[in-house]
Design a protein around this ligand. Structure first.
Ligand SMILES: Cc1cc2nc3c(=O)[nH]c(=O)nc-3n(C[C@H](O)[C@H](O)[C@H](O)COP(=O)(O)OP(=O)(O)OC[C@H]3O[C@@H](n4cnc5c(N)ncnc54)[C@H](O)[C@@H]3O)c2cc1C
Length: 454
């Protein structure tokens, strides 16, 4: 079975819209992709929303399925673990996994977007319209209004169907919610973010280990840094938006200098431009979007961040959007009508996107606080040891999310909760090293509480 071969309109040529266009045309659909921004191909990368991203197994699987991964492979920078920078200047590497392929990759957002658009544009059935902004949906007539920003002309296109991949601030989601066609919430995080840069050192080399994601956990705020291909790192400071120590309060140069030098002395030394960057760069918004249902009849559906934007602390937002595209593609193969495709897509996907939204919020506490505690570090080491001993039953939650696309997010959340309880029990009290662990008890409990992974 295959859904009818109508022309599909997509609003938003970010990662989700571009990948979806490639998959749709492979199923024989003509695709019209409308994007409000100018064509990024051939243009230099712009600062703003995270310059680089962490790409992991779920995203890679989707890119492979769409035949795009080969075009990107050379630009991937492997990150083998978290390199934690402690307040006393010490560092410790916490490996993400224990097999050679258990790494995540830093990739330039600009490069990724460009490549997806280049591949999409090469397909004879895909037409991409840049500087075209979606402005209105007339649900009673089944049409959408799109403004050509070059000549200010408004055009009308049928929504039979129209897929809205217009991101976290989705105009389509807000409109559907205002008309009570769906229910939607946007929950702001009390913290925002700002990007800073760590240039190459005087010899043109990386200023820190390039094969790690660097973290400076400081309780209520943190700095992270991911490598770029040119020898630099992009650092992101996560900090409260309001309050005593916040983006709002840090306005004077001297206060910014003191905040960065006291909290992140080694990073401050490697960021010669951080004061001007701090003053000039905007504070980015972070939040979680929840909506239900994600579609209206067979006319329109939300996919990607427009349906379920999450906070970035698990490095999964885009990976999750790419997994949406794979699931959507599978639903298209099973149904003849768009309404059925949309209904099944939402039913299968939402429990999983709710799960990653919860895990992403939880990971913020882990990154900014827990990673620095000896008990957490012991539990991490124990997780890897339990996986070595009982690989069919115990896989660390981080690994389930990042390295196992075959394990749904919801399963990772459920099993991760059971595993966290077990880890707390096994490391309770005076237990301070793996030598103190009662592995016979661990084996008994794992057999009872964690059925084999299928
Ligand atoms: C600080 C930060 C760090 C992140 N780090 C990671 C990470 O490490 N790993 C990861 O997997 N994810 C990460 N993410 C999440 C990731 O950026 C998003 O999940 C991903 O970009 C969502 O893709 P999308 O295509 O659904 O939406 P978007 O990327 O937002 O794209 C939407 C597109 O729609 C266009 N558009 C919007 N409105 C209209 C309109 N009215 N008409 C026409 N076009 C329109 C926009 O111009 C844009 O091109 C991070 C996010 C942030 C904020």
């Amino acid at each position: 079975m295959n859904v009818d071969r109508s022309t599909v309109r997509i609003i938003g040529a970010g990662p989700t819209g571009a990948l979806l266009a490639i998959l749709l045309q492979r199923r024989g659909h003509a695709v019209e992709l409308y994007e409000s921004r100018a064509d990024p191909r051939g243009a230099a990368a712009q600062g703003g929303r995270s310059i680089n991203l962490a790409l992991a197994d779920r995203g890679i699987h989707a890119l492979q399925m769409a035949g795009v991964f080969g075009d990107l492979e050379a630009a991937l920078l492997p990150m083998r673990g978290r390199l934690v920078h402690l307040p006393d200047g010490g560092t410790s590497l916490q490996p993400y996994g224990q097999r050679p392929n258990e790494v995540i990759y830093s990739i330039s957002r600009h490069r990724l977007n460009q490549t997806l658009l280049e591949v999409a544009a090469r397909q004879p059935q895909v037409s991409i319209h840049f500087e075209h902004r979606f402005e209105a949906a007339e649900f009673d007539q089944g049409t959408a209004l799109i403004r050509n920003l070059r000549d200010d002309r408004l055009i009308s296109v049928p929504m039979q169907p129209l897929l809205a991949t217009d991101g976290a601030g989705s105009w389509m989601r807000r409109r559907m919610s205002a008309l009570h066609l769906i229910e939607a919430q946007e929950t702001d995080l009390e913290h925002g973010y700002k990007e800073l840069s760590i240039p190459p050192d005087a010899a043109g080399n990386y200023a820190m280990a390039p094969d790690a994601l660097h973290i400076w956990p400081r309780g209520n705020h943190m700095l992270i840094a991911l490598p770029n291909e040119d020898g630099s790192f992009t650092a992101t400071l996560f900090l409260a938006k309001h309050g005593a120590i916040s983006f709002e309060s840090l306005t004077e140069t001297a206060a910014v200098e003191a905040f960065l030098s006291v909290n992140f002395p080694d990073a401050r030394a490697a960021m010669p431009n951080c004061i001007s960057e701090f003053q000039d760069h905007p504070v980015g918004f972070l939040g979680t979007v929840s909506a239900s249902p994600w579609h209206h009849e067979g006319m329109t559906a939300l996919i990607g961040d427009s349906a379920h934007a999450i906070v970035p602390f698990h490095g999964q937002g885009m990976n999750c959007c790419f997994e949406d595209c794979v699931e959507f593609d599978a639903c298209m193969s099973r149904h003849a009508s768009w309404e059925r495709v949309f209904t099944e897509f939402g039913a299968r996907r939402k429990p999983n996107t709710d799960a990653i939204a919860a895990m992403a919020l939880d990971n913020y506490l882990e990154m900014r606080e827990r990673v620095a505690h000896p008990k957490f570090q012991l539990q991490q080491a124990l997780s890897l040891e339990l996986e070595r001993r009982f690989p069919q039953r115990f896989v660390p939650r981080y690994s389930m999310v990042m390295f196992h696309h075959e394990i749904p997010y919801r399963t990772a959340l459920q099993r991760g909760t059971v595993q966290a309880e077990l880890l707390a029990e096994l490391t309770a009290g005076a237990v301070s090293s793996l030598a103190d662990i009662d592995f016979e008890r661990a084996q008994r409990e794992i057999r009872v509480r964690l059925p084999p992974l299928s």
